[in-house]
Design a protein around this ligand. Structure first.
Ligand code: PLP
Length: 371
């Protein structure tokens, strides 16, 4: 029998009673939309990451859109982001009618390179065709990018920072918790994320009262005093009460699970560092290890060998966003983002979740060392 890439069942077995009781509670009170569990979960989320406001929503993609809509992003605006991310990060910029401007990654962390960011912002400003408005840094694989350096660029050019922490919520950056690192932060509760629900879900965070009020309004059709008083164009982007009930026991064990993920990652790094390039975590950062991703010139053979032994591995991301067909119209080509392209050809991710067996890393090492 093969092992799972992400073991949601092991977690469910641990919290089964509380999850089932939570669902039962919602079935009994029947407030399926914006029931009391939503407010309870939002308060606990805000407390967890240190942001003043947590606003749950339908998914991590809509969370990003809520953030962009709060800044009235639209045609003529440039929003800077990394091409080495899940498509949604760049997609929402285009969906808002604005132009994604890609900035290559630091090959050590796979996150946006602040030096190149500064150059790209200056280039766009000098060119004068687009108005530079904001930055969407992504906490790829669970690790925060260099926010001090990103914030310095943002401050110099009067840009907002929208932290896409769909993979990194709960990670640490110099003592601060991810979810509070941007002017607005967004996350996803897709089941496979480090903090996932049993369906689609997401949240946005901010400590700015006006932005929070605006995102709460946009979440429900741009509501004013109520849903039938519409003061702006919005979305239907609420989180389900049932999912909030499921998330309460999941959030309660999340700190423990983050600690377990550190152990899994350390065991991988100890076992694999002579065989592949293992992940780099800068001092005073803590990843939540959404993925444990390694690099090798012999990726295909390694993935084949693992597969033969029933061990799944996945490539995130085979096509960097600037080369995806959907963004042909932006005019990027092969060679424009050399570090992202190099990583996309050499990277693969190993099974990662809090309940990976202690002996598993050695088994992977044994298989890969034969290549
Ligand atoms: C998963 C993910 C999203 C989108 O989240 P959904 O809940 O699937 O919409 C956005 N950005 C990144 C970096 C992600 O990994």
């Amino acid at each position: 029998m093969g092992v799972p890439f992400i073991d949601l069942k092991a977690q469910y077995e641990r919290i089964q009673e509380d999850v089932n009781a939570g669902i039962q509670g919602v079935l009994e009170h029947g407030k399926y939309i914006m029931g009391p569990e939503i407010a309870e979960f939002e308060a606990k989320l805000a407390q967890f990451c240190g942001a003043k406001h947590a606003i749950t929503c339908s998914n991590g993609t809509d969370a990003l859109s809520l953030g962009l809509m709060a800044y009235d992003i639209g045609p003529g605006d440039a929003v800077f982001t990394t091409p080495f991310t899940f498509f949604a990060t760049a997609e929402v910029i285009a969906l808002a009618g604005a132009t994604p401007v890609f900035v290559d990654i630091d090959p050590k962390t796979f996150n946006i390179d602040p030096d190149q960011l500064a150059k790209e912002v200056s280039r766009v400003n000098k060119e004068g065709k687009l108005k530079a408005r904001g930055i969407i840094p992504v906490n790829l694989f669970g690790l925060a990018p260099d926010f001090d350096a990103i914030d310095a660029v943002a401050e110099e050019h009067d840009l907002f920072v929208l932290e896409d922490t769909a993979q990194g919520f709960g990670g640490l950056y110099k003592g601060r918790v991810s979810g509070s690192l941007g002017d607005i932060s967004s996350t996803s509760f897709f089941p496979a994320k480090p903090l996932g629900c049993y369906g689609d879900g997401g949240a946005v965070f901010t400590s700015d009262d006006d932005l929070a009020a605006k995102m709460r309004s946009i979440r429900v059709h741009g509501q004013g005093s109520d849903k039938y008083d519409n003061v702006r164009i919005g979305l239907n982007a609420r989180f389900d009460t049932m999912q909030a009930a499921i998330m309460l026991p999941k959030l309660a064990i999340f700190p423990q699970e983050i600690a377990l993920r550190q152990e899994v990652a350390s065991r991988y790094t100890n076992a694999l560092s002579e065989i592949v390039e293992t992940p780099f975590v800068p001092a005073s950062y803590q990843s939540v290890w959404a993925q444990y991703s390694v690099l090798s010139d012999r990726r295909n053979e390694m993935q084949e060998a693992l597969k033969k032994e029933g061990i799944p591995s996945v490539v995130y991301y085979r096509i960097p966003c600037h080369l995806s067909k959907a963004f042909d119209y932006l005019g990027y080509g092969e060679g424009d983002m050399p570090e992202s392209e190099r990583a996309s050809k050499r990277i693969f991710s190993l099974p990662m979740h809090p309940y990976v067996e202690p002996e598993f890393a050695d088994r992977v090492a044994q298989i890969l060392s034969s290549i």
